[in-house]
Design a protein around this ligand. Structure first.
Ligand code: PMP
Length: 346
Protein backbone atom coordinates (compact mmCIF):
# COMPACT_ATOMS: atom_id res chain seq x y z
CA UNK A 1 0.00 0.00 0.00
CA UNK A 2 1.22 3.48 -0.91
CA UNK A 3 1.66 5.80 2.07
CA UNK A 4 -0.49 8.87 1.48
CA UNK A 5 2.37 11.32 1.83
CA UNK A 6 2.81 12.69 -1.68
CA UNK A 7 0.48 15.24 -3.21
CA UNK A 8 -0.17 12.75 -6.03
CA UNK A 9 -1.33 10.09 -3.55
CA UNK A 10 -3.53 12.62 -1.73
CA UNK A 11 -5.23 13.63 -4.96
CA UNK A 12 -5.47 10.18 -6.53
CA UNK A 13 -8.66 8.14 -6.60
CA UNK A 14 -8.30 6.30 -3.24
CA UNK A 15 -8.97 2.85 -4.69
CA UNK A 16 -5.79 3.15 -6.77
CA UNK A 17 -3.58 3.33 -3.69
CA UNK A 18 -4.18 -0.34 -2.93
CA UNK A 19 -4.38 -1.54 -6.49
CA UNK A 20 -1.73 -3.86 -7.87
CA UNK A 21 -1.52 -3.17 -11.61
CA UNK A 22 -2.27 -6.06 -13.99
CA UNK A 23 0.79 -8.29 -14.00
CA UNK A 24 1.23 -8.83 -17.72
CA UNK A 25 3.65 -11.52 -18.81
CA UNK A 26 5.97 -8.81 -20.12
CA UNK A 27 5.89 -6.93 -16.81
CA UNK A 28 6.73 -10.07 -14.79
CA UNK A 29 9.54 -10.89 -17.22
CA UNK A 30 11.89 -13.85 -16.74
CA UNK A 31 15.03 -15.42 -18.14
CA UNK A 32 15.46 -18.25 -20.60
CA UNK A 33 15.21 -19.35 -24.21
CA UNK A 34 11.71 -20.76 -24.38
CA UNK A 35 9.06 -18.09 -23.92
CA UNK A 36 5.68 -19.73 -23.43
CA UNK A 37 4.19 -17.52 -20.72
CA UNK A 38 2.00 -15.12 -22.72
CA UNK A 39 -0.03 -17.24 -25.15
CA UNK A 40 1.84 -15.65 -28.05
CA UNK A 41 2.59 -17.30 -31.37
CA UNK A 42 6.15 -18.53 -31.94
CA UNK A 43 5.92 -17.40 -35.60
CA UNK A 44 6.91 -13.89 -36.62
CA UNK A 45 5.28 -13.38 -40.03
CA UNK A 46 6.43 -9.79 -40.44
CA UNK A 47 9.59 -7.80 -41.07
CA UNK A 48 9.21 -6.10 -37.71
CA UNK A 49 11.41 -7.85 -35.15
CA UNK A 50 9.47 -9.53 -32.32
CA UNK A 51 6.05 -8.57 -33.71
CA UNK A 52 4.66 -11.90 -32.52
CA UNK A 53 5.59 -10.89 -28.95
CA UNK A 54 3.81 -8.42 -26.70
CA UNK A 55 5.75 -5.16 -26.52
CA UNK A 56 7.19 -3.61 -23.38
CA UNK A 57 4.64 -1.48 -21.55
CA UNK A 58 7.10 1.43 -21.59
CA UNK A 59 9.72 0.63 -24.27
CA UNK A 60 13.01 1.53 -22.54
CA UNK A 61 14.78 2.77 -25.68
CA UNK A 62 11.89 5.07 -26.50
CA UNK A 63 11.75 6.43 -22.96
CA UNK A 64 15.53 6.98 -22.99
CA UNK A 65 15.33 8.73 -26.35
CA UNK A 66 12.62 11.07 -25.06
CA UNK A 67 14.61 11.69 -21.89
CA UNK A 68 17.65 12.68 -23.96
CA UNK A 69 15.51 14.93 -26.15
CA UNK A 70 13.52 16.61 -23.37
CA UNK A 71 16.16 16.76 -20.66
CA UNK A 72 13.69 15.15 -18.24
CA UNK A 73 14.75 12.10 -16.21
CA UNK A 74 13.54 8.81 -17.72
CA UNK A 75 11.75 7.89 -14.47
CA UNK A 76 9.59 10.96 -14.96
CA UNK A 77 8.36 9.96 -18.44
CA UNK A 78 5.34 7.91 -19.47
CA UNK A 79 4.66 7.18 -23.13
CA UNK A 80 1.09 6.72 -24.35
CA UNK A 81 -1.09 6.56 -27.44
CA UNK A 82 -0.78 10.23 -28.21
CA UNK A 83 -1.19 13.09 -25.76
CA UNK A 84 -4.92 12.36 -25.94
CA UNK A 85 -4.44 9.13 -24.00
CA UNK A 86 -2.30 10.98 -21.45
CA UNK A 87 -5.15 13.46 -20.86
CA UNK A 88 -7.55 10.57 -20.30
CA UNK A 89 -5.11 8.73 -18.01
CA UNK A 90 -4.70 11.78 -15.79
CA UNK A 91 -8.46 12.17 -15.47
CA UNK A 92 -8.91 8.48 -14.68
CA UNK A 93 -6.06 8.53 -12.14
CA UNK A 94 -7.12 11.59 -10.19
CA UNK A 95 -10.81 12.35 -10.67
CA UNK A 96 -13.63 10.61 -8.85
CA UNK A 97 -16.59 10.38 -11.27
CA UNK A 98 -19.63 12.33 -10.15
CA UNK A 99 -17.59 14.25 -7.59
CA UNK A 100 -14.37 15.82 -8.90
CA UNK A 101 -13.74 18.36 -11.64
CA UNK A 102 -11.09 19.68 -13.98
CA UNK A 103 -10.55 23.30 -15.06
CA UNK A 104 -9.49 24.61 -18.45
CA UNK A 105 -9.33 27.98 -20.20
CA UNK A 106 -11.17 28.48 -23.44
CA UNK A 107 -11.18 28.76 -26.27
CA UNK A 108 -8.89 25.74 -26.08
CA UNK A 109 -8.37 22.14 -27.13
CA UNK A 110 -11.69 20.31 -26.77
CA UNK A 111 -10.46 16.97 -25.44
CA UNK A 112 -9.89 18.12 -21.84
CA UNK A 113 -13.63 18.69 -21.45
CA UNK A 114 -14.73 15.72 -23.56
CA UNK A 115 -12.40 13.29 -21.80
CA UNK A 116 -13.69 14.53 -18.42
CA UNK A 117 -17.31 14.25 -19.52
CA UNK A 118 -16.83 10.66 -20.69
CA UNK A 119 -15.90 9.79 -17.09
CA UNK A 120 -18.67 11.89 -15.52
CA UNK A 121 -16.07 14.34 -14.22
CA UNK A 122 -17.09 18.01 -13.95
CA UNK A 123 -15.64 20.70 -16.20
CA UNK A 124 -14.97 24.18 -14.87
CA UNK A 125 -14.71 25.89 -18.26
CA UNK A 126 -13.00 29.21 -17.56
CA UNK A 127 -12.14 31.85 -20.15
CA UNK A 128 -8.81 33.25 -21.25
CA UNK A 129 -8.83 37.04 -21.04
CA UNK A 130 -9.01 39.40 -24.03
CA UNK A 131 -5.28 38.95 -24.60
CA UNK A 132 -5.61 35.15 -24.42
CA UNK A 133 -3.89 35.08 -21.02
CA UNK A 134 -4.93 33.27 -17.85
CA UNK A 135 -7.48 35.11 -15.70
CA UNK A 136 -6.34 37.09 -12.66
CA UNK A 137 -7.18 35.54 -9.24
CA UNK A 138 -6.89 32.13 -10.82
CA UNK A 139 -6.97 30.25 -7.50
CA UNK A 140 -10.50 31.41 -6.65
CA UNK A 141 -11.70 30.73 -10.21
CA UNK A 142 -10.24 27.23 -10.39
CA UNK A 143 -11.95 26.50 -7.04
CA UNK A 144 -11.53 22.83 -6.12
CA UNK A 145 -10.66 21.45 -9.56
CA UNK A 146 -8.12 18.66 -9.15
CA UNK A 147 -6.60 19.04 -12.60
CA UNK A 148 -5.97 22.39 -14.28
CA UNK A 149 -5.22 22.20 -18.00
CA UNK A 150 -3.17 24.96 -19.65
CA UNK A 151 -2.56 24.56 -23.35
CA UNK A 152 0.70 26.30 -24.29
CA UNK A 153 0.92 27.35 -27.09
CA UNK A 154 -2.85 27.31 -27.06
CA UNK A 155 -4.88 25.51 -29.69
CA UNK A 156 -6.73 27.09 -31.51
CA UNK A 157 -5.54 30.63 -30.76
CA UNK A 158 -1.80 29.99 -31.21
CA UNK A 159 -1.08 32.40 -28.37
CA UNK A 160 1.40 31.69 -25.55
CA UNK A 161 1.68 32.21 -21.82
CA UNK A 162 5.07 33.15 -20.35
CA UNK A 163 6.91 30.48 -18.37
CA UNK A 164 7.05 32.80 -15.32
CA UNK A 165 3.26 33.08 -15.38
CA UNK A 166 2.89 29.31 -15.52
CA UNK A 167 5.32 28.92 -12.65
CA UNK A 168 3.39 31.44 -10.55
CA UNK A 169 0.13 29.56 -11.26
CA UNK A 170 1.82 26.34 -10.16
CA UNK A 171 2.72 28.05 -6.88
CA UNK A 172 -0.77 29.51 -6.45
CA UNK A 173 -2.39 26.09 -6.88
CA UNK A 174 -0.39 23.80 -4.57
CA UNK A 175 -3.34 21.42 -4.11
CA UNK A 176 -4.09 20.88 -7.79
CA UNK A 177 -2.09 19.33 -10.60
CA UNK A 178 -1.28 21.86 -13.30
CA UNK A 179 -1.06 20.14 -16.67
CA UNK A 180 0.74 22.09 -19.36
CA UNK A 181 -0.14 20.71 -22.78
CA UNK A 182 2.89 21.36 -24.99
CA UNK A 183 1.70 19.58 -28.13
CA UNK A 184 3.08 22.47 -30.23
CA UNK A 185 6.13 23.39 -28.13
CA UNK A 186 8.68 22.54 -30.84
CA UNK A 187 7.49 25.67 -32.64
CA UNK A 188 8.45 27.86 -29.63
CA UNK A 189 10.70 25.71 -27.39
CA UNK A 190 11.78 28.67 -25.24
CA UNK A 191 8.35 28.58 -23.56
CA UNK A 192 8.57 24.99 -22.33
CA UNK A 193 7.68 24.23 -18.73
CA UNK A 194 9.61 20.92 -18.78
CA UNK A 195 12.15 22.38 -16.32
CA UNK A 196 9.35 22.73 -13.72
CA UNK A 197 8.67 18.98 -13.63
CA UNK A 198 11.68 18.32 -11.39
CA UNK A 199 11.03 21.34 -9.20
CA UNK A 200 7.33 21.00 -8.31
CA UNK A 201 5.23 18.01 -7.34
CA UNK A 202 2.11 19.43 -9.03
CA UNK A 203 3.27 19.95 -12.63
CA UNK A 204 2.70 17.66 -15.59
CA UNK A 205 3.84 18.44 -19.13
CA UNK A 206 2.20 16.72 -22.11
CA UNK A 207 4.06 16.22 -25.39
CA UNK A 208 3.39 14.48 -28.67
CA UNK A 209 5.12 13.29 -31.83
CA UNK A 210 1.96 14.18 -33.82
CA UNK A 211 2.88 17.76 -34.72
CA UNK A 212 6.50 18.87 -35.32
CA UNK A 213 7.70 15.24 -35.54
CA UNK A 214 5.16 14.54 -38.29
CA UNK A 215 3.91 11.25 -36.78
CA UNK A 216 0.21 11.91 -36.12
CA UNK A 217 -0.66 8.52 -37.64
CA UNK A 218 1.69 6.66 -35.29
CA UNK A 219 -0.10 7.81 -32.08
CA UNK A 220 2.74 8.48 -29.70
CA UNK A 221 2.76 10.99 -26.87
CA UNK A 222 4.51 11.58 -23.56
CA UNK A 223 3.65 12.66 -20.06
CA UNK A 224 6.43 14.30 -18.05
CA UNK A 225 5.76 14.29 -14.31
CA UNK A 226 7.30 13.59 -10.91
CA UNK A 227 7.69 9.92 -9.96
CA UNK A 228 4.70 9.89 -7.59
CA UNK A 229 2.36 10.93 -10.38
CA UNK A 230 4.05 8.47 -12.76
CA UNK A 231 3.63 5.64 -10.22
CA UNK A 232 -0.12 6.23 -10.01
CA UNK A 233 -0.66 6.69 -13.74
CA UNK A 234 1.17 3.40 -14.33
CA UNK A 235 -1.57 1.64 -12.31
CA UNK A 236 -4.21 2.86 -14.74
CA UNK A 237 -2.44 2.62 -18.10
CA UNK A 238 -3.17 -0.27 -20.50
CA UNK A 239 -0.70 -3.16 -20.33
CA UNK A 240 0.70 -2.48 -23.81
CA UNK A 241 -0.11 1.09 -24.84
CA UNK A 242 2.59 1.52 -27.49
CA UNK A 243 2.69 -0.98 -30.38
CA UNK A 244 6.15 -2.28 -31.32
CA UNK A 245 6.28 -0.68 -34.80
CA UNK A 246 5.27 2.65 -33.24
CA UNK A 247 7.99 2.39 -30.58
CA UNK A 248 10.56 1.68 -33.32
CA UNK A 249 9.39 4.58 -35.51
CA UNK A 250 9.21 6.95 -32.57
CA UNK A 251 12.68 6.01 -31.30
CA UNK A 252 14.09 6.67 -34.79
CA UNK A 253 12.30 10.04 -34.92
CA UNK A 254 14.06 10.98 -31.69
CA UNK A 255 17.55 10.12 -32.99
CA UNK A 256 19.94 13.02 -33.68
CA UNK A 257 19.06 12.75 -37.37
CA UNK A 258 15.33 12.66 -36.63
CA UNK A 259 15.54 15.73 -34.40
CA UNK A 260 17.58 17.61 -37.03
CA UNK A 261 14.95 16.80 -39.64
CA UNK A 262 12.18 17.93 -37.30
CA UNK A 263 13.96 21.23 -36.63
CA UNK A 264 14.56 21.88 -40.32
CA UNK A 265 10.89 21.24 -41.06
CA UNK A 266 9.79 23.42 -38.13
CA UNK A 267 11.74 26.38 -39.50
CA UNK A 268 10.36 25.78 -43.02
CA UNK A 269 6.82 25.60 -41.68
CA UNK A 270 7.29 28.76 -39.61
CA UNK A 271 8.51 30.60 -42.72
CA UNK A 272 5.52 29.41 -44.74
CA UNK A 273 3.19 30.24 -41.84
CA UNK A 274 4.56 33.78 -41.57
CA UNK A 275 4.02 34.33 -45.30
CA UNK A 276 0.45 33.06 -45.00
CA UNK A 277 -0.22 35.23 -41.92
CA UNK A 278 1.05 38.27 -43.84
CA UNK A 279 -1.25 37.48 -46.77
CA UNK A 280 -4.19 37.16 -44.37
CA UNK A 281 -3.33 40.51 -42.75
CA UNK A 282 -3.06 42.13 -46.20
CA UNK A 283 -6.49 40.71 -46.98
CA UNK A 284 -7.84 42.53 -43.92
CA UNK A 285 -8.21 39.63 -41.49
CA UNK A 286 -7.39 39.97 -37.81
CA UNK A 287 -4.53 37.53 -37.27
CA UNK A 288 -3.39 36.26 -33.87
CA UNK A 289 0.32 35.74 -33.13
CA UNK A 290 1.07 32.21 -34.34
CA UNK A 291 3.32 30.28 -31.96
CA UNK A 292 2.31 26.78 -33.09
CA UNK A 293 2.04 25.32 -36.61
CA UNK A 294 -1.22 27.13 -37.35
CA UNK A 295 -2.65 30.62 -37.53
CA UNK A 296 -6.08 31.77 -36.36
CA UNK A 297 -7.66 34.57 -38.39
CA UNK A 298 -10.90 36.52 -38.01
CA UNK A 299 -12.83 37.59 -41.06
CA UNK A 300 -15.53 40.26 -41.40
CA UNK A 301 -16.90 38.37 -44.44
CA UNK A 302 -16.64 34.86 -42.95
CA UNK A 303 -19.39 33.28 -45.10
CA UNK A 304 -17.72 34.42 -48.32
CA UNK A 305 -14.29 33.23 -47.17
CA UNK A 306 -15.64 29.81 -46.17
CA UNK A 307 -17.32 29.47 -49.57
CA UNK A 308 -14.14 30.51 -51.36
CA UNK A 309 -12.13 27.90 -49.45
CA UNK A 310 -14.66 25.17 -50.22
CA UNK A 311 -14.63 26.09 -53.92
CA UNK A 312 -10.82 25.92 -53.94
CA UNK A 313 -10.87 22.53 -52.19
CA UNK A 314 -9.22 23.89 -49.03
CA UNK A 315 -10.25 22.18 -45.80
CA UNK A 316 -9.39 24.58 -42.97
CA UNK A 317 -10.80 24.48 -39.46
CA UNK A 318 -14.00 26.45 -38.77
CA UNK A 319 -15.88 26.60 -35.46
CA UNK A 320 -19.40 26.49 -34.02
CA UNK A 321 -18.20 27.88 -30.65
CA UNK A 322 -19.78 31.35 -30.15
CA UNK A 323 -16.38 32.98 -29.47
CA UNK A 324 -14.96 31.65 -32.72
CA UNK A 325 -17.75 31.85 -35.28
CA UNK A 326 -15.87 34.42 -37.38
CA UNK A 327 -12.52 32.70 -37.11
CA UNK A 328 -10.73 30.13 -39.25
CA UNK A 329 -7.64 28.17 -38.24
CA UNK A 330 -5.13 27.39 -40.98
CA UNK A 331 -2.46 24.74 -40.33
CA UNK A 332 0.92 25.63 -41.82
CA UNK A 333 1.75 23.62 -44.89
CA UNK A 334 4.42 23.09 -47.54
CA UNK A 335 5.64 25.71 -50.01
CA UNK A 336 3.27 24.81 -52.82
CA UNK A 337 0.09 24.67 -50.75
CA UNK A 338 1.07 27.89 -48.97
CA UNK A 339 1.46 29.67 -52.32
CA UNK A 340 -1.95 28.39 -53.44
CA UNK A 341 -3.50 29.77 -50.26
CA UNK A 342 -1.70 33.11 -50.54
CA UNK A 343 -3.00 33.50 -54.10
CA UNK A 344 -6.54 32.78 -52.90
CA UNK A 345 -6.32 35.75 -50.55
CA UNK A 346 -4.82 38.15 -53.07
N1 PMP B 1 -3.12 18.64 -27.29
C1 PMP B 1 -3.37 19.57 -28.21
C2 PMP B 1 -3.32 21.00 -27.83
C3 PMP B 1 -3.70 19.20 -29.52
O1 PMP B 1 -3.97 20.13 -30.42
C4 PMP B 1 -3.74 17.83 -29.84
C5 PMP B 1 -4.07 17.33 -31.21
N2 PMP B 1 -4.91 18.05 -31.97
C6 PMP B 1 -3.46 16.90 -28.85
C7 PMP B 1 -3.15 17.34 -27.59
C8 PMP B 1 -3.52 15.44 -29.09
O2 PMP B 1 -2.33 15.01 -29.60
P1 PMP B 1 -2.06 13.48 -29.95
O3 PMP B 1 -2.12 13.37 -31.43
O4 PMP B 1 -0.69 13.25 -29.41
O5 PMP B 1 -3.09 12.66 -29.26
Amino acid sequence: MTAVTSLAAKLARPELLNLTPYQSARRIGGEGEIWINANESPFNNSDVAQLNRYPECQPPQLIQAYSDYSGVDSQSIVTSRGADEAIELLIRTFCIPGQDSIACFGPTYGMYAISAQTYNVGVNALALDDNYQLPANIDSQVADAKLVFICNPNNPTGTVIALETIESVVKQLPNAIVIVDEAYIEFCPQYSAASLVNQYDNVVVLRTLSKAFALAGARCGFMLANIDIVDLVMRVIAPYPVPKPVADLATAALSRQGIDQMQTQVSQLKGNGEALAQALRNYGAEVLPANGNFVLAKFANIAAVKQQLITAGVVARTYNDARLTNWIRFSFSDEQQTQTLIQLFQ
